[in-house]
Design a protein around this ligand. Structure first.
Ligand code: SF4
Ligand code: ZN
Length: 732
């Protein structure tokens, strides 16, 4: 490693440790050493320190101990005349820096300085990244929608270059974190000046104005091995290896480097994240011994994104329809306000619907877009509101009627991913807007059809051989064909309702999360969807048709060994192989004995409450206390990582209203506590199920956070309403 880099990294670490020590002393004098602190919504204390050392920092006193560990990693700067390998020293210093930065940021939180606010514009940075965000983005990371993360540190030479780089990352679906500055200027400020929409929705997340704030991105990465990887706190080698092998992050350093940037970079190199600069720095390539280091440069800003992708080895698959606006998942979260809108369809303002129909190959013409309606061009040009019916006809040798709904569900993403196009709802309750900017860029009605043909082909390659789109614009046509569509929706729903675990011979696995949680397997049956909520049985079936060697494999369910608990010979046999022996047997319908494993991206967690002889359910994002005595974040910390935890389980939200929900434990009557959010969002379906179980008013008997957040109050409530669980056979 270059002496210049090593010296800078070592010096920077000293500076940061000293700075942190001063703030720690000052804060401890004011608040006392027992003052407690936790970052918002995390179960992992100071995640970097916790993962590396297993030491849970809870108080200012603990911070002093942890800073002591950082100090032990400090080294002296290399001497002028002495040439020795500096790598170890520099990497140690990098780690010391990450510890110091983590404590420093915690102290800033305590002192009310985080999340940072830009004094000029009032812009509030993201600050610490919560566990909830880590979990909810989990699926996009594993299914490849989001191929990697960039941490951009510093400022581009000018505002336009900053926009170009970020747009290129967005189009490649890379999640981008921003931090640091060059003489007060930063990419965040450059984007704000250019009116670029920032935040999680657009995948550009400003963490804070200083280099130290990069630590939030590293902290986030580190939680992947804690949450999904099931790596033990303190097993630092395993954590670092996991980061290098599975977390596709890299840094892009724009503008001059200083000691703090070098030393933070050295910390990141420990985690296997390379850094590319746009300045003339010494380059370090991996050698036989030091596989972890990689520092490179690319002075041409139009090539820098491509360069980092090569260095980090990212796989980027992007399909863009031939339309005159940018396209990609990063534009999905963009909203179009009324003032910015050119035209809208549906949303109860005009009749509208969207419908996918299966056709025979000879019935349609591939990639054809037909628009029907008197003077539709003039009507569109006027803007405002317009009726709209979209019919997508799909044909293919492997096409099945069951796949219509799956293709239809993608319409939402197909439209939203175009910059300046917005979509909400589905079926005959859809709502589409086109922005004035997109109109200026040349978006026409035909482009909606083009987006559909291109993306349907792309997403369903081996199912769909031909796609034809017909767009209706006359109110009477829209209304007439909407009636036909409604009949089809109804037939479909009936078919779905008749799909039971008994009615099929094949279940599907989902192995997507194995890239993060290597022993986790989701077993998806018609009546139990994947725990992330994103994959049901039909999705599994379609995905297998699309890619027979992909992440969804058929599981012949085999002989039924236990009807009550849902144990099948075929599942057990499959699991042993697919989990590499980690899971031997599984019961689909209970949490008490060999329940399904959890990866980490579950929508909800079920936990047993022994005192109440029942279970509680809390969803991701709920930050309050639960009667299990733990918040979601803490519960989640003990459920993930691909292990079976009797009494605890991660599930998809819709499983709650399935007939098979905890069938072996007594079904929905076991639910004694559930968040208000879940109660409200599942109300209709839940009441139907409750009536079937003979307790039509069950929902009112289930407590939520407004009634009880501890088991004592919970029991009081359950007794007062006569909850059925109290009279059921003991769970334990
Ligand atoms: Fe991961 Fe299971 Fe969702 Fe597949 S279904 S993405 S394995 S959580
Ligand atoms: Zn998962």
């Amino acid at each position: 490693m270059s002496k210049l880099i090593a010296s800078a990294a070592i010096r920077g670490a000293h500076t940061l440790v000293k700075q942190t020590e001063e703030l720690l002393e000052k804060t401890t004098t004011e608040k006392g050493k027992d003052f407690t602190f936790e970052f918002p919504d995390t179960a992992f204390y100071l995640p970097m320190i916790y993962a590396m050392t297993a030491f849970p920092v809870k108080t200012l006193g603990d911070m002093k101990v942890a800073l002591g560990m950082a100090k032990e990693l400090l080294h002296d700067e290399p001497e002028e005349h002495l040439w020795k390998p500096y790598l170890g020293e520099a990497l140690d210093s990098g780690m010391a820096t990450l510890f110091a930065e983590e404590i420093l940021l915690a102290l800033k939180y305590i002192n009310g300085l985080e999340p940072a606010k830009d004094p000029e514009t009032g812009y509030v940075y993201n600050g610490f990244i919560t566990d909830t965000i880590q979990r909810s983005l989990g699926i996009q990371l594993v299914d490849g929608t989001m191929p990697g993360f960039a941490a951009i540190i510093g400022a581009a030479p000018n505002d336009d270059i900053a926009v170009n780089i970020v747009r290129e990352l967005q189009e490649k679906n890379i999640l981008t974190f921003l931090s640091g500055n060059v003489n007060g200027n930063s990419v965040t400020k450059q984007l704000v000046r250019k009116g670029v929409e920032l935040g999680w929705d657009t995948r550009i997340v400003p963490l804070g104005p200083d280099t130290e704030h990069t630590l939030y991105a590293l902290d986030w990465a580190m939680r992947a091995s804690l949450i999904f990887g099931g790596k033990k706190p303190g097993d630092y080698k395993e954590h670092l290896k996991y980061q290098k092998d599975r977390v596709f992050a890299f840094a892009m350093v724009l503008g001059e480097l200083d000691d703090i940037k070098w030393t933070t970079g050295a910390g990141a190199i420990n985690m296997g994240f390379p850094a590319i600069a746009d300045t003339d720095i010494p380059v370090i390539h991996p050698t036989g011994v030091c596989i972890y280091e990689e520092v490179d440069k690319e002075l041409d800003h139009s090539k820098i994104v491509q360069k980092v992708i090569e260095v980090r080895g990212l796989k980027i698959i992007v399909e863009k329809p031939p339309i005159p606006v940018a396209y990609g998942p990063a534009f999905e979260g963009e909203r179009i306000r009324k003032e910015d809108m050119f035209i809208e369809f549906g949303g109860t303002r005009t009749p509208s619907f969207e419908w996918v129909r299966m056709k025979e190959l000879n019935e349609i013409e591939d990639n054809k877009v037909i628009i029907i309606g008197d003077g539709w061009k003039e009507k569109y040009e006027k803007g405002g509101q317009m009726p709209l019916g979209i019919v997508i006809d799909a044909a293919g040798r492997k096409m099945q009627k069951d796949f219509e709904s799956i293709i239809e569900r993608r319409i939402h993403h197909n439209i939203n991913e175009a910059q300046g196009l917005w979509h909400m709802g589905q079926r005959d309750l859809n709502w589409i807007r086109i922005s004035s900017n997109a109109k200026k860029d040349g978006i026409t009605l035909e482009h909606i059809g083009v987006v559909m043909t291109t993306m349907t082909h792309h997403r369903f390659k081996s199912i769909v051989d031909k796609v034809q789109v017909t767009i209706y614009t006359d109110e009477k046509d829209v209304l007439a064909i909407q009636e036909e569509a409604r009949k089809a929706y109804k037939d479909r729903d009936q078919r779905l309702g008749s799909l039971t675990d008994e009615a099929v011979d094949i279940f599907y696995s989902c192995l997507l999360c194995q890239s993060f949680a290597p022993s986790h397997v989701c077993v998806i049956s018609p009546e139990r969807l994947g725990l992330c909520g994103a994959y049901n049985w039909l999705d599994g079936k379609a995905a297998y048709e699309i890619d027979p060697t992909g992440g969804n494999q058929p599981i012949p369910k085999g002989a039924l060994m236990d009807a009550r608990y849902g144990r099948y010979a075929g599942i057990d046999e499959y699991l042993k192989k697919a989990s590499a022996g980690a899971v031997e047997t599984l019961n689909l319908y209970t949490i008490m004995e060999n329940p399904m494993t959890s990866c980490g991206c579950f929508e909800c967690i079920i936990a047993i409450i022994p005192e109440a002889n029942g279970i509680m359910i809390v969803q991701r994002g709920h930050t309050g206390m639960t009667p299990a005595g733990m918040k979601f974040s803490t519960l989640a910390g003990s459920v993930g990582g691909g292990t079976q935890n009797p009494g605890f389980m991660g599930i998809g939200r819709n499983f709650i209203v399935s007939k098979k929900f905890l069938h072996g434990d007594g079904g929905i009557k076991r639910i004694v506590w559930m968040t208000k959010n879940l109660k409200e969002s599942l109300k209709e379906e839940f009441n139907k199920r409750a009536a079937e179980e003979g307790v039509p008013d069950l929902l009112d008997k289930i407590a939520d956070e407004t009634v009880a957040e501890d088991s004592e109050k919970l029991l009081e409530f359950l007794t007062s309403v006569g909850h059925p669980a109290l009279g059921m056979e003991p769970m334990l």
